[in-house]
Design a protein around this ligand. Structure first.
Ligand code: TXA
Ligand code: MG
Length: 337
């Protein structure tokens, strides 16, 4: 890999510098890839119509070529130029959940790079709410294709330093916009099927989407069939082995510590219950599901930095933000106790 020497710029999301957005836009318009914050996780983007730039994303991430990318837009009008049709349901989703961490699968037109969607007839679209990325898309007025800005297989980045630690100095430009608000990827839903389906649980809980689309089906109705191409790969794993303690939310501290004591090796508890006062080494993930979600990936990276053998995760309840949390934790896990 060529050694580039990454340019880093810091943008305040509450006071966006037009000058710095112009710098990032120039990189993209000249065919470079740029890492930027979104409200979910950091993304690594290229202009979706530029095949040679898209190729760079797959190469640097070491991403399997059959795993399509999400395209980011600034408005529903912007999306409408790249899809066959805007289904009625999308207007309501747009009103209630966009800009925000929702990705929708629609039938595509053929005016973006074929590398973005592979041989699928569909495209994944999202309008992000992070003001930095939104300003950048408005500036270029083109769709921005972007996967999460991590090496394939590692946890998604929720801070600019995670991106830099994965790619060292090999990215042309990294925009530091502070910590990701959700710390979890967008929820992906498919509107090309009847009824619509959830393909990937994510930052917006299923329950919130069900209020808008009452007939939506979950992957649980799906008999384990893989719906989203990306869901078949092992994901999100730190090098430290994750062990899940089942139903920790109904166990007491002593029961949990007895289980943890039996695990031999350097270990830490990833505590998800604010009432658990552990006597063993602990990282407190937060006092509610939203905070736990925000801190999950950065705690995975912390385990690796601490050079631990085991991170012992207290299972959270499988509802609201807990569904996406448990989806990711189970995918990352080595063992469930
Ligand atoms: O929050 C997010 O979604 C972040 C930020 C950067 O927007 N992006 C992200 O991208 O998580 P990535 O590449 O890590 O995950 C994209 C997911 C994959 O599971 C992929 O298979 C799925 O979206 N996907 C993309 N296009 C699709 C399509 N046409 N049909 C079904 N699934 C698709
Ligand atoms: Mg990813």
């Amino acid at each position: 890999m060529d050694h580039i020497n990454t340019k880093k710029i810091k943008i305040d999301p509450l006071n966006i510098s037009d000058e710095l957005i112009n710098i990032a836009a120039k990189f993209l318009l000249s065919g470079e890839i740029v890492a930027f914050p979104t409200e979910t996780v950091y993304g690594l983007g290229a202009i979706a119509t530029d095949s040679s730039a898209i190729k760079k994303i797959f190469k640097i991430k070491n991403r399997p070529l059959d795993n399509p990318l999400i395209c980011h837009f600034h408005s529903i009008d912007h999306i409408s130029k790249y899809v066959q049709q805007i289904p009625d349901e999308l207007y309501e989703l747009n009103e209630k959940l966009w800009p925000g961490p929702l990705t929708v699968i629609l039938f595509k037109k053929n005016n973006i790079s074929p590398l973005v969607t592979k041989d699928l007839p569909t495209i994944a679209v999202r309008i992000p709410s992070n003001p930095i990325i939104l300003a950048l898309i408005k500036k270029i007025n083109l769709p921005l294709a972007a996967p999460s800005a991590n090496l394939s297989g590692l946890p998604s980045p929720t801070k600019a330093e995670h991106v830099i630690s994965d790619f060292k100095n090999n990215l042309p430009l990294v925009i530091d916009g502070g910590d990701s608000k959700y710390g979890m990827e967008s929820t992906v839903i498919d509107l090309t099927t009847t009824p619509p389906k959830i393909l990937r649980p994510g930052a917006i809980p299923f329950e919130n989407i069900k209020k808008i689309l009452p007939n939506i089906s979950t992957d649980k109705d799906n008999h384990g069939r893989i719906l989203s191409p990306g869901m078949k790969y092992k994901h999100y794993s730190p090098k430290t082995k994750i062990i899940v303690i089942k139903e920790s939310y109904i166990k007491n501290v002593q029961e949990i510590e007895d289980l943890v004591q039996k695990i031999k090796g350097k270990k830490i508890i990833l505590c998800t219950n604010k009432d658990h006062k552990h006597s063993l080494n602990t990282i407190q993930l937060g006092s509610n599901l939203k905070n736990i979600q925000t801190n999950l990936y950065s705690s995975f990276r912390e385990l690796d930095n601490l050079n631990l053998e085991f991170g012992i995760f207290e299972e959270v309840i499988d509802e609201k933000e807990g569904s996406a949390i448990m989806d990711r934790v189970k995918k990352a896990s080595f063992q469930i106790l």
